[in-house]
Design a protein around this ligand. Structure first.
Ligand code: ADP
Ligand code: MG
Length: 569
């Protein structure tokens, strides 16, 4: 019997029964039969270590995915996503076999690889043990029977039921349409779009699934903001376009403002059919920005917002281990700007009031020369006029932004209407509340206070050098030696596998930091490599890259910016 066949794998594994767990290492290698290859790439050292890495590899001939579904990168991402979900949902998948996280978003991932010549599922497999002894018979069935069956059922297109064949084609068409719509936003001068009929609210605060349609009010665009898109599949989608410039969302408490903004935040990702937000599409570089007191700031130029601190600190190169609400939000704005954001999304619920506004009474009590903060209301106009960065802002509690807004949307019982004219009228009637909105609203020439802010920070060589590689922990933490990078305020991170990719990206950045290339350019270079060679460039030299999902450059930068021991050149 051939050693490297599946039956060979079966008998070898069975013969390990009762041996010490370490003997599993002998199984490392590749086993094939009738086209399928089972590659055991890494074997865990003991039953409690992270699971073993196994790939199921099928030549495209055997997988039989129709060529027209995979002849473009978007199609390949959609097919890979579909196959990963299929493995995840397969009833015969042994419970110690994992394909990685798949949530409501369709992401470029390493879980399943689809190339013109093959399909490859990257699994994590817990090899069975009793105490520290090998359960040989069980492992033999798992590796030589269950995994090949999983490949047959989930990866072979010829074996799909008719409904699944259709579901796959629909999945690809949906993703192509969503991505096409995204490319149509900029030419129409829109930053985001919300389709009619969308279900924006989620089932619960800790759930990313939609609220049931019985409980939710479906989205309906006001007439004046309605846009219609014709998409590659022939489908047309109609809904609300959010224009470039300053858009203010107003409305009473509990009327759905934050829910709308959160949907826009997530609109940078495509969503699966049935999510309710399939047609909530934002431009790819929209950035949500919030206050985040306690975060570190290393060498940011926050001078557009903060000057003359009581400590005398230079706010053009500002560093602190413990930012206040307003300085943290200022840093988040300038970092988003440097990362190339086309629009900022800001919710009053998560903002520092003194960063957003400052009224006349307060200006009388605390004179301007004693106040280090220039509130956002004074910069929001020039941010757009001089640097083309739009803002979508929720302001239920302050009218300061109304006179500056290009578009005002009122939410009333989850239904939007456009009230721009009325808002301008009211803002004109009332004397300037002194919110200093008047200063820039009143004709001061748009000045680019952000040009010197951008793109000048450079990583010092070896700044992220750590003894152990950065370790991702769930969605919101990366441990670098003993220091934790806290990503819990980074609102557009959606999958732990993205956090894992960011941890790997930190290693890449450390290797490539030359003490000269600006940080944003270095991250742009990494993104280029990912586009050219795939996400697996983040796990170089490994056959099985583990489970990584593609983060944006902005989220990679967000992690670097929150590393407490960061050194700049
Ligand atoms: P606001 O920011 O205006 O105070 P939220 O967006 O926080 O309001 O929404 C308040 C509540 O209403 C939340 O529980 C949210 O899930 C729910 N909600 C939001 N939009 C809808 C909708 N379209 N249909 C039903 N419930 C909704
Ligand atoms: Mg709210």
């Amino acid at each position: 019997m051939e050693r490297n066949t599946l039956s060979g794998l079966f008998s070898r594994t069975k013969s390990l029964d009762g041996a010490g767990y370490g003997a599993y290492k002998k199984l490392k290698g590749t086993y094939s039969e009738s086209g399928l290859r089972v590659s055991i790439d890494r074997v865990q050292a003991d039953p409690y270590a992270s699971p073993s890495k196994v790939r199921l590899i099928l030549p495209m001939q055997a997988a039989g995915i129709p060529q027209q579904l995979i002849d473009d990168p978007v199609g390949r991402v959609a097919v890979a996503d579909f196959l990963a979900r299929r493995i995840q949902a397969d009833r015969n998948r042994p419970k110690n076999v994992h394909i990685g996280d798949v949530g409501q978003q369709v992401l470029e991932r390493t879980h399943v690889l689809v190339t013109p010549d093959r399909v490859e599922a990257r699994l994590l497999v817990g090899l069975p043990a009793k105490g520290r002894r090998i359960l040989g018979r069980q492992a033999a069935h798992l590796l030589a029977d269950d995994l090949p069956a999983l490949a047959d059922d989930c990866l072979c297109h010829d074996r799909f039921a008719a409904a699944d064949v259709e579901a796959l084609a629909d999945h690809v068409a949906l993703l192509r349409d969503q991505e096409d719509l995204r490319t149509q936003l900029k030419p129409r001068k829109l930053v985001a779009f919300v389709g009619n009929g969308a279900i924006l609210p989620r089932a619960a605060g800790d759930s990313d699934r939609p609220l049931t349609t019985a409980q939710a009010t479906a989205f309906q665009s006001p007439e004046s903001l309605t846009q219609t898109f014709v998409l590659p599949s022939g489908r047309t989608v109609t809904g609300m376009g959010i224009p470039e410039g300053l858009t203010v969302i107003v409305g009473g408490g509990y009327h759905g403002k934050s829910t709308l903004l959160r949907a826009l935040e997530r609109g940078i990702y495509p969503h699966i059919a049935g999510d309710g937000r399939e047609w909530v599409i934002s431009r790819a570089d929209v950035a949500s920005v919030r206050a985040e007191d306690g975060r570190p700031i290393i060498g940011d130029d926050i001078s557009p917002f903060i000057t003359n601190l009581p400590t005398g600190a230079d706010t053009r190169h500002f560093t602190t281990t413990n930012a206040s609400g307003s300085t943290s939000q200022a840093a988040n704005v300038v970092e988003a700007h440097a990362a190339g954001a086309c629009a900022l999304l800001i919710d009053e619920d998560t903002s520092a009031t003194n960063f957003m506004i400052r009224d006349r009474l307060m200006q009388r009590l605390v004179p301007n020369d004693k106040e280090p903060i220039t509130p956002f209301v004074q910069r929001v106009r020039s941010l757009y006029d001089a640097t083309s960065v739009s803002t979508v802002l929720i302001a239920g509690g302050s009218g300061a932004y109304l006179r500056l807004a290009d578009t005002v949307i009122a939410m009333d019982a989850y239904r939007p209407s456009e009230v721009t004219a009325r808002a301008h009228e009211i803002a004109g009637e009332v004397e300037d509340t002194g919110n200093t909105g008047g200063t820039e609203g009143g004709g001061e020439p748009a000045q680019n206070r952000f040009d010197h802010v951008t793109a000048t920070r450079v990583l010092a060589r070896g700044t992220l050098n750590s003894r152990k590689p950065p370790k991702p922990r769930g969605l919101s933490t990366i441990s670098v030696d003993r220091s934790d990078i806290d990503l819990s305020a980074v609102g557009q991170l959606v999958a732990p596998s993205q956090t894992a990719a960011i941890a790997a990206a930190l290693v890449w950045l450390t290797k490539n930091a030359d003490g000269q290339t600006p940080l944003v350019d270095l991250v742009a270079r990494l993104e280029h490599q990912i586009i050219e060679k795939g996400l697996a460039v983040l796990a170089p030299g490994r056959d099985h890259p583990g489970h990584l999902s593609r983060p944006r450059g902005a989220e990679i930068l967000a992690a670097v910016n929150r590393y407490r021991d960061l050194k700049l050149a």
